[in-house]
Design a protein around this ligand. Structure first.
Ligand SMILES: [Cu+2]
Length: 109
């Protein structure tokens, strides 16, 4: 009887820990037409949630052929991109509207 009530008590706690472990959150900032950080280290085998905040007044487009993602982030706006789970490796991305400066890589380990 005592054990069952303990399990009932812990169940919501355990499930929230499990969903937290299933997804990893990362943040990218665009400023002066550059990604910060330009190199983002993320864990292999996990779903990755990336929120990208554009601190420039002009829109930018996150583009990655290796990740098969493309998303416009409005000036002074934020967008969310989900990728993965990913194999270990390097995945390039860039800003379509400012390719000369807006370059980055996601390193999966
Ligand atoms: Cu594009």
């Amino acid at each position: 009887m005592k054990n069952i009530s303990l399990i009932l008590l812990l169940a919501p706690l355990l499930s929230s820990v499990a969903s937290y472990a299933a997804e990893a959150d990362f943040k990218l900032v665009i400023k002066d037409h550059r990604f910060q950080p330009a190199e983002l280290n993320v864990p292999a085998g996990k779903k990755i949630k990336m929120s990208i905040e554009n601190k420039d007044a002009t829109p930018e487009e996150f583009e990655s052929h290796s990740l098969n993602r493309e998303k416009v982030i409005s000036g002074n706006g934020t967008a969310t991109i989900y990728v993965g789970p990913l194999e270990p490796g390097r995945y390039d991305f860039y800003g379509e509207f400012n390719k000369d400066t807006a370059q980055g890589v996601i390193v999966v380990k």
